[in-house]
Design a protein around this ligand. Sequence first.
Ligand code: IVH
Length: 675
Amino acid sequence: MAKISKTAAKERIEFLKRELERHNYNYYVLNAPTITDFEFDLLMGELQGLEKLYPEFATEDSPTRHVGSDLTSGAAGSDFVQVPHRWPMLSLGNTYAREELLDFDERIRKAVSTPYHFSCELKFDGTAICLTYRDGRLLRALTRGDGTKGDDVTRNVVHIPAIPQQLHGENIPQEFEIRGEIYMPFAAFERLNAERLDAELDPFANPRNAASGSLKLQNPEEMRTRGLDCVLYHLLGENLPFKTHTEALHAAQGWGLPISEYSRRVDDIDAALAYIDAWDTRRKTLPFATDGIVIKVDELDLQRQLGFTAKSPRWATAWKFKPEQALTPLLSVDYQVGRTGAVTPVANLEPVQLSGTVVKRASLHNKDQMDLLDIHIGDYVYVEKGGEIIPKITGVELSKRPADALRPQFPTHCPDCGTPLVRDADEARHYCPNRESCPVQIKGRFIHFAGRKAMDILAGDATVEQLWDRGYIHTLPDLYALTREQLIALEGWQEKSADNFLASLEASKQVPFERVLYALGIRHVGEQTAKTLARHFGSIDALMAASRDDLVQIEDIGDTVADAILAWSASDAARDCVERLREAGLQLAVSDTAESRLSDKLEGKTIVISGNFSISREAMKALIEAHGGKNAGSVSGKTAWLLAGEKAGPEKLKKAEKLGIPVISEEEFRHLIAE
Ligand code: IVH
């Protein structure tokens, strides 16, 4: 590193410290990094170099000396308890250069006097977790936090199937800790992002962010749907009987803990380098993301002898894979209008090979992102996949910019219907506000409504296009007024296809309420949110009558979702649509058919309700039934609970008291069905 003036070095160090802290926050707390890991490592490397040259400016609080913090306790909406780590949870030194691995080996050779081996392991790209087991049972799960204390996420971790709550087998230590990584396999990641895009929520940038975001969910139930997995790679405890790391993990595997099947114990650094070379290609076939290889001294006595620096062990290091990049010209930018009117800029690229696939298009997310990249048509742009599935543009090669290159103009009007676009104050997206008559939005709504996860009607893009062109459909209920004659008259349709279509329409009348709610395509209401709302309100009427307070008090319903629901409920179009769908016979409340059962929590219980609730009495009855319970009109010896709302009838209360029937509030009831 070239020497610079002292003042310049001081300034640069201050700048790098601020930048790295900011990026740590974006990465660990917001789960939304704005630079790549590689760029982060470059900044960190520069700071390390400068601090070495100018030790007088190297402070205790430098990001080179502590790990990034994922602590969210105290943040809005978060209520995880912070618990101190028994042993600090450190990070790993990392490198992209082979010589540095040889240096690592050299340092060990000099420090120890007995032979040593390496354990070579995949570096799983997830979020670190520390599990404590006592008497064979899972006691606690902590995130890395700031390295000295972590967020207690036990209530969420118990929903990850890979993590056993009870161990089995021989010689299980009375108490021990085991650390590892919680990660989201690609398949689950793609599914989750598809759902998020569908609900017009921002997709997670990569599986790592998705995993750590999921781990901090406030609704543990939702964890189950996230498809998280876990691998453990570091056993700690007092007086454990193992001589090597490999032996310790092998024992842990015997107790039922998930250990990587890809780790190898090797004799020397050359063998470790061969392991790295093999996995550089092979990792692309794995169903989950890895960002490198970890090399650890296998002998535990030597690990103790080598010890730690402020931030990482001297007995281990990480080789990081460079993200695969391609450089290709940007041909043009399309502006796609989604079914909720959001306008997404999509880059058309000169097709280029990247990680085994040809990339032709990449999302530019929104106008801010385009401005940040300062992208011009004709620019050579860097495309990256890294751990991500959707390729993204990470930078522009300015040296190759053509002299006459122009900035693409973000449209001021909807590319489809010409309505002036609007931008929500708190969102980076532009929207076409012409919800009622913008053709792409309307057609998009039908395609969404008919989708398999929604009403499952036999109407794909082409059918919707045909029905739209003929002027047969404008609002969703129009589908239920289509006649056999109209369908047969469509180009390419026969009697059979018309009958199949009509049969699928008929069958859609049995689709449970939660899916109908999702099918309506309310902004920000994806599959999961629709389930939560259906479960809470029980009917469309109760939902439409809900106030802002009613909505935001529900777990996982934030301001954005609440506002979207309120705006939708208040519109005449929504009210008209709901009334016509009701006439058509759709399920607009939870019912007791096996298909729409939400749970069996109230199986065999008879519940009497009295008074007013946050939802209508009809909706409350439906909710009881949806959880397997029975509703009765009067209190008797057979009553399990009297569910008393505001202004509950004094007669019923008196009778319940006389017969010793427990009286529960709406809150207690909701607790009961949510547990
Ligand atoms: S060992 C004291 N082994 O990478 C050393 N870490 O960048 C403990 N990671 O904080 C870490 N795979 O979250 C170790 N096979 C592996 C790993 C691994 C992924 C993560 C871990 C660590 C981070 C460092």
